[in-house]
Write a protein that binds this ligand. Structure first.
Ligand code: C5P
Length: 222
C-alpha cells in the first residue's frame, strides 16, 4: 500500500462528496464516490424496467455492466458502459429508488468487492455509508459527517438549483429523512458510525472548515 485510506461516511446530503473531493485534491489522492456506484446500478435497473426488489435480476444486470469514473469539472463523470450518466443519476427518480436497490445483499456484496479493488493501493478518499464500518474496516482515517436535516435540505436545495431541479424544500426534507431511515435500517451494512470514526457535526461549519479539519487529521496519520 502506497498511502492512507480515508473513509468518509454519513447520512444523505451531509457534504461528504464535496469535502472528500477537496481533501483528495489537496493530498493528490484518488477520490471514489461509492454513492455514485449505487446510483449507477439503480439508473440501469430503472432503464431496464426491472423491479427494484428482484434481487436475482438486479444482480444479473450489475454483472453485465461496468461503472467507470472519469475526471471532469465541476464534477467527476460517471459512465455505465459507454453512456455518460453523470446527470441522470442525480435526478429524483434515481435518488428515490436507490435505497431499495442498495439494500439488496447481492448488490452490496458485488459493489463492496469493486470498491475494495479501487481502494487497495491506498492514497484514496472514499465516501459513502458503510466505508469505515464494512468496505475498509482498516482505513487509517475514518470520518463520520453529520448535520441537521434542515441544514442538509437547504444545501440540497442549492445543489439542485444549479442542476435545474426544482423540488421544494419540504419535499427535499422528507426525501432526506426517508432515505436516511431506509439506509439506517437495512439488514446488510446499514448506515452507522464505525466505533473508531471521528464524528464531525458540520451544521454550522463552512466547507473549507470541514476540509481543513479532515486535512489536519490526515496529516497526523501520514
Ligand atoms: O451518497 P449518495 O447520497 O449519492 O448515495 C446514494 C445512495 O446509495 C444512499 O442513499 C444509499 O442508499 C446508497 N449507498 C450505500 N452505501 C454506500 C454509498 C451509498 O448504500 N457506501
Amino acid at each position: 500500500k502506497q498511502g492512507l485510506q480515508v473513509a468518509i461516511d454519513g447520512p444523505a446530503s451531509a457534504g461528504k462528496s464535496t469535502v472528500a473531493k477537496i481533501v483528495a485534491t489537496r493530498f493528490h489522492y484518488i477520490y471514489c464516490d461509492t454513492g455514485a456506484m449505487y446510483r449507477a446500478i439503480t439508473w440501469k435497473v430503472l432503464q431496464a424496467g426491472v423491479a427494484l426488489d428482484d434481487e436475482a435480476a438486479v444482480k444479473q444486470l450489475l454483472d453485465s455492466i461496468t461503472i467507470r469514473f472519469e475526471p471532469g469539472e465541476p464534477v467527476q463523470k460517471v459512465f455505465v458502459d459507454q453512456t455518460d450518466v453523470t446527470l441522470a443519476i442525480r435526478q429524483p427518480d434515481v435518488t428515490n429508488s436507490v435505497s431499495a436497490v442498495s439494500a439488496l445483499p447481492a448488490v452490496r456484496k458485488e459493489l463492496t468487492a469493486r470498491q475494495r479493488t479501487i481502494a487497495d493501493a491506498g492514497k484514496i478518499v472514499m465516501d459513502g455509508r458503510d466505508i469505515g464500518s464494512t468496505v475498509l474496516p482498516d482505513a487509517e482515517v475514518k470520518i463520520f459527517l453529520v448535520a441537521s436535516v434542515d441544514e442538509r435540505a437547504q444545501r440540497r436545495l442549492k445543489d439542485n438549483a444549479a442542476k435545474g431541479i426544482t423540488t421544494p424544500l419540504a419535499t427535499l426534507k422528507h426525501e432526506i429523512e426517508e432515505r436516511d431511515r431506509k439506509d439506517s435500517t437495512r439488514k446488510v451494512s446499514p448506515l452507522t458510525q464505525a466505533a473508531d470514526a471521528i464524528r464531525l457535526d458540520t451544521t454550522s461549519m463552512s466547507i473549507d472548515q470541514v476540509a481543513d479539519k479532515i486535512a489536519e487529521i490526515i496529516k497526523e496519520k501520514e
